[in-house]
Design a protein around this ligand. Structure first.
Ligand SMILES: CC(=O)N[C@H]1[C@@H](OP(=O)(O)OP(=O)(O)OC[C@H]2O[C@@H](n3ccc(=O)[nH]c3=O)[C@H](O)[C@@H]2O)O[C@H](CO)[C@@H](O)[C@@H]1O
Ligand SMILES: C=C(OP(=O)(O)O)C(=O)O
Length: 428
């Protein structure tokens, strides 16, 4: 097991290239199950979620070939194998095998998904959608069984705006008979990206990116080539890091419009940002003012940037209040930030940050992916050395985080943990 060490107090400067969007990638790979010939996807992030999904695709007979950040998936020999355990537990997005396998084979057996624990993460809206399309869904000993004679298009109103349910229902509906309408759909850019791949495969989808998506079922889908959108959350993380420690960071391969809610808040704090076509220049270093944030579905402030933003607020003057309305319990990073002397208290479910504070290096544990990013940013700001464990979470979603930060001038590296440290981590 490894830990990450950060010697804080350095500014960041230079250019960082953003990878493909994790939350798009984790749906694009399973979407290939629906094709009858090879699907090629370019620009994918090199993260552990990609390895887990590749393994799952291979388990059901897919031929998966990686060439750098490009994957070639030949789904023609796939069969409907049960996937009750193993890699399914490693990531949240294994739930996309439900929609894709149901769409292609009209049946699937998939274990309950893993991923970051952010409080309860039910999948009732996914199941509501599959049932409305005609599937019988049962939960037997921790695995979801889905079976359908045939899938028939219908109108599905989502009670909660859900990224996963919107994409999963799209995956199941593209090969269903007739027309499916998803109302109260999520509007995240990743949904448009998945709809674009499916459309290039021959699907008929209208309205992705709005809250009503209309799908006309087709008989079959074919192979295609697709380039993924950049990761707005990775880009946002580097923007926050640059604001936190100062310097000039050029974030390359980003769609600035995908980050408007974050950029507005950074500007409100006093950070200078220049937007270019596919780049953002973030100039940190000045005095920052505390602001409040409330996470919302897209285009609101993304819950996935809430934790890193909380670290940034410790540097600002005055009080900043952080409320996560998407995942109300996404607060596990707070206790760890407090170990680093962060002046944060939790009241009525909101984190109240009173800055500015001088953070101090400490031994901390990442409980989930973005908690990890929050702790790394805190480590960059802190005096002394910060040791971060729980790297398996960070590796699920950040491509070469230490390499990219090192190239920007940070002092950050990975080291093997001693046996004692591993024991302490397991028991903590
Ligand atoms: C792989 C992926 O894309 N992960 C992202 C996706 O997760 P994920 O797709 O799992 O998140 P959802 O958009 O579904 O969740 C939004 C809210 O709806 C609730 N809910 C969701 C589905 C359901 O059937 N029932 C239900 O109650 C959830 O508990 C949560 O409170 O969107 C989240 C919200 O932007 C992000 O934090 C995750 O990074
Ligand atoms: C919560 C996240 O991912 P997942 O849904 O894959 O657990 C995230 O990307 O912040």
């Amino acid at each position: 097991m490894q830990k990450m060490l950060i010697e804080g107090g350095r500014t960041l400067s230079g250019t960082v290239k953003i990878g493909g969007a994790k939350n798009s990638a984790v749906a694009l790979l399973p979407a290939a199950i629906l094709a009858d010939s090879e699907v090629t996807i370019e620009g994918l992030p090199q993260i552990s979620d990609m390895n887990a999904l590749s393994e799952l695709l291979q388990e059901i007979g897919g031929e998966v070939r990686w060439d750098g950040s490009t994957v070639h998936i030949d789904p023609s020999k796939m069969i409907s194998m049960p996937l009750p355990n193993g890699h399914v537990k490693q990531l949240r997005a294994s739930y996309y095998f439900m929609g894709a396998m149901l769409g292609r084979f009209k049946q699937a057996v998939i274990g309950l998904p893993g991923g970051c624990y952010l409080g309860p993460r039910p999948i009732d809206q996914h199941i509501k959608g599959f049932e409305a399309l005609g599937a019988k869904v049962t939960n037997e000993q921790g695995a979801i069984y889905l079976r359908a004679e045939e899938l028939r298009g219908t109108t599905i109103y989502l009670d909660i705006v859900s990224v996963g349910a919107t994409i999963n229902i799209m995956l199941a509906a593209v090969l269903a008979k007739g027309k499916t309408v998803i109302e109260n759909a999520a509007k995240e850019p990743e949904i448009i990206d998945v709809a674009t791949l499916l459309t290039n495969m021959g699907a008929k989808i209208k309205g992705a990116g709005t809250d009503v998506i209309r799908i006309e079922g087709v008989e079959s889908l074919h192979g295609t080539k697709h380039t993924i959108i950049p990761d707005r959350i990775e880009a946002g993380t580097y923007a926050i890091a640059a604001a936190a420690v100062g310097g000039e960071v050029l974030i390359d391969n980003v769609i600035p419009q995908h980050l408007e809610s974050l950029l507005a808040k950074l500007r409100e704090m006093g950070v200078r940002i220049e937007e270019k076509d596919d780049q953002l220049l973030v100039i940190g270093g000045g005095k920052l003012k505390g602001v409040d944030i409330k996470t919302l579905v897209y285009p609101g402030f993304p819950t996935d940037l809430q934790q890193p933003f909380t670290s940034l607020l410790t540097k600002a003057e005055g009080v900043g209040i952080v409320t996560d309305t998407v995942y109300t319990a996404r607060l596990k990073h707070i206790d760890e930030l407090r170990r680093m002397n962060a002046p944060i208290k939790v009241e009525s479910g909101s984190a109240i940050v009173s800055g500015p504070a001088k953070l101090e290096g400490a031994r901390v544990r990442a409980s989930d992916l973005r908690a990890g990013a929050a702790l790394v940013i805190a480590g960059l700001m802190a005096s002394g050395v910060t040791e971060v464990t729980g790297l398996e979470h960070i590796d699920r979603g950040y491509e070469d985080l230490t390499g990219k930060l090192t190239s920007l001038g940070a002092s950050i590296w990975r080291d093997e943990m001693t046996v004692d440290e591993e024991e302490q981590t397991k028991n903590s």
